[in-house]
Ligand binder design. Structure first.
Ligand code: MN
Length: 317
C-alpha cells in the first residue's frame, strides 16, 4: 500500500500533519499510539513497516489485560513522520481534533523468529501479527488478528490482544460487568488449573468457578471462554430439555470449534474425579466394562462441562 489514500484525504496547506513521504527505516522498528480526540475519541495504533506506518484505529484504550481484546480497525497507511505528530487538526478537515502521543517505543516482529517466518506486511496479508512492544505503557507480547468478517465491509476489523507474559495485568473491568452470575463475573475467578477433584454431592453454592475466562478460544472471532460460558448459560433453558436424562457423548475442543484441523477428543466415560453431583448413568459397552455417561440435567452440570472445554453434546439416543 502506498500513501495515496492518506494524501488524498488531506490538504497540506491547511493541516500541520506531515506530508506523505516514505521515511527512513529505523534500526529498530518503532510503534506509536496516538490518542485522537476526533468526533469520537480513539487510539491510533501504528507500526513501522516498509518505511510507512501500518495503522489501526482502536476505539477503546489499549490494555495490558489479556481478556480485554480490543477492536482495531485497519486504516490507511500513514507516513513514518506521523509517528511524532502531535497537534490539532482544524475543524472541517479530515480527522479534525487533537492528536497526542499516548505511547511510543520500539517493537519486535515475533513472527520473524518462527519456523514459518513472516515479515510484518506478510503477517498483515495473512491476518495475523505477533509483536513485542517496548513502550512506556504497552509492554510485552501482543497479537493482532484479523476477524473473519461476513462481508467486505468487515475485512478491516482486527483484534488487538495482549498475550500472556510477565507484563500482562489482570483484568479489572470484568468485575464491573453485571448480569453474568458466574464467579468469573464477580472477579473471583482463579487463574490456576481447573478446580481440584470434588466429592461434593451438590453443585457449589456460588456457582461454577470458571477458570481462565479470558482465554481466547475462537481466535478468528475473538471469543473468550468467559463469553462461551455466558452463551451456554443463556441458551441453557432451551438446551437442557433436549439433554435431560439422555446419556451424552462429549466433544472436547481445547482450541474451540475450528474445523477439521483443530484438536478434538470424544469423551463418553465420566472420569471418577468429576464431582459427585454430576449424575451418571452406567451403560454396557461392547469392548469393555460399563461406561458412565454423564447426564446434563442442570445448568451447573452444563457449565461445569463447558468450563472443561466440552463444547458439543451428542446425545446417546
Ligand atoms: Mn485517528
Amino acid at each position: 500500500m502506498a500513501l495515496e489514500e492518506y494524501k488524498a484525504k488531506r490538504d497540506f496547506r491547511k493541516t500541520s500533519e506531515p506530508q506523505g513521504h516514505f521515511g527512513r527505516k529505523h534500526r529498530q522498528p518503532i510503534f506509536v499510539v496516538q490518542e485522537h480526540h476526533a468526533s469520537r475519541l480513539h487510539y491510533d495504533f501504528r507500526l513501522e513497516a516498509d518505511g510507512l506506518l501500518k495503522s489501526w484505529a482502536v476505539p477503546k484504550k489499549p490494555t495490558l489485560a489479556p481478556s480485554q481484546k480490543r477492536l482495531a480497525v485497519q486504516v490507511d497507511d500513514h507516513p513514518l513522520g506521523y509517528a511524532t505528530f502531535e497537534g490539532t487538526i482544524p475543524e472541517g478537515l479530515y480527522g479534525a481534533g487533537t492528536v497526542r502521543i499516548w505511547d511510543h517505543g520500539t517493537y519486535e516482529n515475533l513472527l520473524a523468529n518462527k519456523p514459518e517466518t513472516r515479515t510484518v506486511p506478510e503477517g498483515i496479508a495473512d491476518g495475523r501479527l505477533e509483536i513485542a512492544l517496548h513502550g512506556n505503557k504497552l509492554k510485552g507480547r501482543f497479537a493482532l488478528i484479523r476477524m473473519k468478517g461476513r462481508g467486505r465491509k468487515d475485512k478491516d476489523n482486527w483484534l488487538l490482544i495482549k498475550m500472556k507474559d510477565e507484563f500482562a495485568r489482570p483484568d479489572s473491568a470484568v468485575s464491573k460487568k453485571s448480569g453474568n452470575p458466574t464467579k468469573a463475573a464477580t472477579g473471583k475467578h482463579s487463574n490456576s488449573s481447573p478446580a481440584p477433584p470434588s466429592k461434593d454431592s451438590r453443585p457449589p453454592r456460588g456457582g461454577i468457578t470458571i477458570t481462565h475466562p479470558g482465554k481466547i478460544i475462537f481466535p478468528e472471532a475473538g471469543i473468550t471462554k468467559g463469553e462461551v460460558v455466558a452463551f451456554y448459560r443463556r441458551i441453557a433453558p432451551r438446551l437442557l430439555p433436549h439433554l435431560r436424562d439422555r446419556p451424552v457423548t462429549l466433544e472436547r475442543l481445547p482450541d474451540g470449534i475450528g474445523g477439521a484441523d483443530k484438536p478434538h477428543f470424544w469423551q463418553k466415560d465420566t472420569p471418577s474425579y468429576y464431582p459427585e453431583w454430576i449424575p451418571r448413568i452406567d451403560l454396557p459397552s461392547v469392548q469393555r466394562k460399563p461406561v458412565h455417561y454423564p447426564l446434563v440435567n442442570a445448568v451447573a452440570t452444563l457449565l461445569y462441562l463447558v468450563n472443561l472445554g466440552r463444547l458439543t453434546f451428542h446425545v446417546w439416543r
